[in-house]
Design a protein around this ligand. Structure first.
Ligand code: ZN
Length: 497
């Protein structure tokens, strides 16, 4: 290892550590902040963001990268990964003019409030000018990075390295062809989950149960914690992972499954090599892979019969009176309830991907210039009817439902669906590789699955781009057929008997 390499690592770690401090303050803002302390926190975060930007764009990093790139032959494979990923990050930090970064930050702040206000009043026109500005900035940003002719690909690549709109289109087209008939068949089924079986589930008992479940899945509470916030999220890195959840006495499954979802994110972060924290070898591979980890634990694992074989008696122990008249089948149906909804975040996993197909289609049209922002609500509603069979009655439940675009986060939505596809493909691979896994789950033992994910996904850091990682781990390129097969095998026995 050369002096230049060691010096580079030290510089990267410094920028990373500043980022973790900002992350912690951001977590605290959403979990603990007193009502009148927001201004002070904004100042603290602005200062940290400035320091972090300065650390990440340090000219010495550029010089070190230049030297290390020159000596390609003397580098180990790991060093080559670090240099390549660090170059990608460094270019993205330094090629954007400071005034552009400030302009985007300012716009995101006002656009967020404009979005929240427009959503409350279901008034898209009030938000449209901000969305137009964000689109223009996204195109300018792509041009600064040398992607001026493919701005939407740049937006996608930011979240999932190596992905393009063309590759996603091929995957989504095949997925849609298999998914739409399944969704229609399940929706037409006369078999329905029993409504309203969850009433009056005390929050304290919910908290105890989800702590037991997430701990058994493998989350290390000596290096992380879970608290309450308005919207669940997972923040942090290395030895300190902060997850959040929310509680509703009449919807204990929402809290449980969103906690398990965040646990999947947390397990990934806890599984990244701690000693390499702050370097690309200790960082996650991108949004699609991250989402595959949360979805795999949330859906494939925790909605399975085997999971509930172990946990049902424990769940009943916490809520004996509430569940007295609820049969095992009722409970399992409730866990796997399928019902179309207009709202993406409330969607079951059978419908979920259709919500993403809709957003992907509209983002492409916006970037191509085929669709004017003013025409977005109508286009949204038409696609919603076509894909989900539902037309929003107001923009609040349609085009204004998601926060993402208000911060200019285009190209982010496809990651959710990629994550679902990756999760399903990993699921079939791990079952082939580790016989008897279901019996493990039924005994409450998830350690073999977690070890497999640790070795094959978590410990890889950023060695591979999204698709290359999938191919490396599963021996095949990413294919929608595994998600279709998983959905068929899980939901057909329930709804298509
Ligand atoms: Zn997630």
């Amino acid at each position: 290892m050369s002096d230049s390499y060691e010096r580079l690592i030290a510089k990267l770690k410094r920028a990373h550590t500043l980022g973790t401090v900002a992350g912690l303050l951001g977590w605290d803002e959403q979990v603990n902040l007193p009502a009148d302390s927001a201004d002070q926190r904004a100042e603290q975060l602005a200062l940290l963001s400035e320091l972090q930007h300065a650390a990440a764009s340090d000219a010495e990093i550029g010089e070190l990268l230049g030297k290390l790139e020159g000596g390609a032959n003397s580098r180990t494979a790991d060093e080559a990964v670090v240099v390549r990923a660090a170059r990608r990050d460094y270019d993205r930090v330094t090629k954007l003019p400071a005034e552009f970064v400030a302009e985007k930050a300012r716009l995101s702040s006002v656009a967020y409030h404009a979005w929240a206000g427009a959503k409350a009043k279901s008034d898209f026109a009030a938000y449209a000018p901000y969305l137009e500005k964000h689109l223009a900035l996204a195109k300018r940003e792509a041009a600064y990075l040398g992607w001026g002719d493919r701005p939407y690909d740049y937006a996608i690549d930011k979240h999932d390295p190596g992905m393009t709109a063309l590759k996603i289109t091929a995957l989504f087209t095949e997925l849609k062809a298999g998914l739409v008939p399944l969704v229609r068949a399940v929706a037409a089924s006369p078999i329905k989950a029993r409504p309203d079986i969850f009433k009056g589930f005390p929050v304290e008992a919910q908290r105890e149960f989800l702590r037991e479940a997430t701990e058994r899945l493998g989350f290390n509470y000596r290096r992380g914690r879970i608290d309450v916030s308005l919207h669940p999220f997972c923040e942090g890195a290395g030895a300190d992972i902060r997850m959040t959840t929310r509680f509703d006495a009449n919807n204990p499954l929402d809290s449980l499954f969103s906690s398990i979802h965040e646990t999947g994110h947390g397990l990934y972060e806890q599984g990244l090599p701690l000693g390499l924290q702050g370097t690309p070898l200790g960082q996650n591979a991108g949004m699609g892979v991250h989402e595959s980890q949360s979805r795999l634990w949330e859906n494939q694992v925790s909605r399975s019969r085997a999971f509930w074989t172990f946990f049902e008696p424990r769940f009943r122990e916490k809520f004996p009176a509430q569940l007295a008249a609820v049969s095992s089948d009722d409970l399992y149906f409730a866990v796997n309830e399928v019902a179309p909804t207009l709202i993406r975040v409330d969607s079951d996993e059978v419908h979920y991907n259709l919500h993403i197909l809709l957003r992907f289609e509209l983002e492409q049209r916006l970037f191509r210039g085929d669709l004017a922002v003013a025409d977005l609500p109508a286009a949204w509603n038409a696609l919603s009817q076509e894909l989900l069979g539902l037309t929003p009655v107001s923009d609040k439940t349609g085009v204004l439902q998601d926060v993402h675009w208000s911060s200019g986060a285009f190209g982010y939505f496809p990651s959710y669906c990629l994550g679902n596809m990756i999760a399903a493909q990993l699921w079939f691979t791990v079952f082939k590789t580790l016989p008897g896994l279901e019996a493990d789950f039924a005994r409450g033992d998830f350690s073999r699955l977690l070890s497999w994910l640790r070795k094959n996904i978590h410990e890889q850091g950023r060695r591979y781009d999204t698709l290359a990682l999938v191919e490396h781990v599963t021996g095949e390129e990413l294919m929608p057929k595994y998600l279709l097969r998983y959905l068929q095998e899980r939901y057909a026995p329930l709804y298509l008997k």
